[in-house]
Design a protein around this ligand. Structure first.
Ligand SMILES: N#Cc1c(-c2ccc3ccn(Cc4ccccn4)c3c2)n[nH]c1N
Length: 246
């Protein structure tokens, strides 16, 4: 997968040189390219923003640099680029969304700042490629970079070869099929006793059936405590599938 990131803060993405994603880049599994939006400005101050039409607080990112940047970044690769636009007003980003994005050959991230990017940029890009506006949560960040880091990490770890044990991606919380979108229960490792706390004995029993049952029970308890609404969704899905079978 090729990932292009257009931003006025390229240094924000130094973390993508580290750990799993850094290794995936070295292994050629992931091709991440950073682009400074200011490279497509032509004035002395490398201006990327201006006051909003209609008045109001803050500044809006100008369309011209974005148009030239997206033209340049998508011109050199035949694989159909998909433009990802992080924004507070986007559709909620979920694990299912990440799975879909992980199957794309190429993603281009447009990291906005200020009050956002002139709306004509997304409309113009949509004439040439799929455009997805997404939000990583119901809170307001200062720009799209943190959201892009979240999406790139979530998507990249689903790519074959990025995680040492592909199984662990399958058993993630929210991963469909693995304990049906329940939250992950507690995990333990050596030592078996630490500060007077014992590891649950079932995990040392070697009884894989008992371990699976315990883990499912703990996942249900965690989900009921922290995300009860997910259990309601799960029950509704179960009823729907039973009705389909009847
Ligand atoms: N994904 C996501 C986001 C963002 C996000 C993403 C991109 C930009 C570009 C500018 N801002 C600041 C801003 C402040 C006020 C109104 C509009 N925009 C962004 C915020 N905030 N929260 C999320 N879950």
């Amino acid at each position: 997968m090729r990932i292009d990131i257009i931003t006025i803060f390229p240094d924000y993405f130094v973390p993508l040189e580290l750990s799993l994603i850094g290794k995936a880049r070295e292994a050629g599994i992931l091709d991440v390219r950073l682009h400074d939006l200011r490279s497509w400005t032509h004035d002395r101050h490398n201006t990327v923003d201006d006051t909003p039409y209609g008045g109001g607080p803050g500044m809006v990112m100008k369309p011209e640099p974005w148009g030239e940047a997206l033209d340049a970044v998508t011109a050199d690769d035949p694989a159909p680029a998909r433009l990802i636009l992080p924004t507070p007003s986007g559709t909620p980003f979920t694990q299912e969304h990440a799975k879909r994005l992980s199957q794309q050959p190429r993603l281009v991230f447009a990291c906005g700042r200020y009050e956002g990017i002139d709306a004509r940029v997304a409309a113009d890009a949509a004439e040439r490629m799929p455009v997805e506006e997404l939000s990583i949560g119901d809170y307001v960040l200062a720009g799209g970079e943190a959201a892009t880091l979240v999406v790139v990490e979530t998507v990249s770890r689903l790519l074959p070869g990025v995680l040492g044990n592909a199984e662990s991606a399958v058993q993630d919380s929210f991963a469909s099929g693995a304990m049906e979108n329940l939250l992950e229960g507690p995990v333990y490792t050596k030592p078996a006793r630490w500060r007077d706390q014992e590891v649950p004995p079932v995990l040392l029993s070697g009884d894989h059936g008992a371990v699976d049952r315990w883990r499912r029970h703990e996942a249900l308890r965690k989900t009921a405590r922290n995300r009860p609404e997910l259990l309601r969704e799960l029950a509704a899905q179960r009823l729907e599938s039973m009705d389909r079978r009847d």
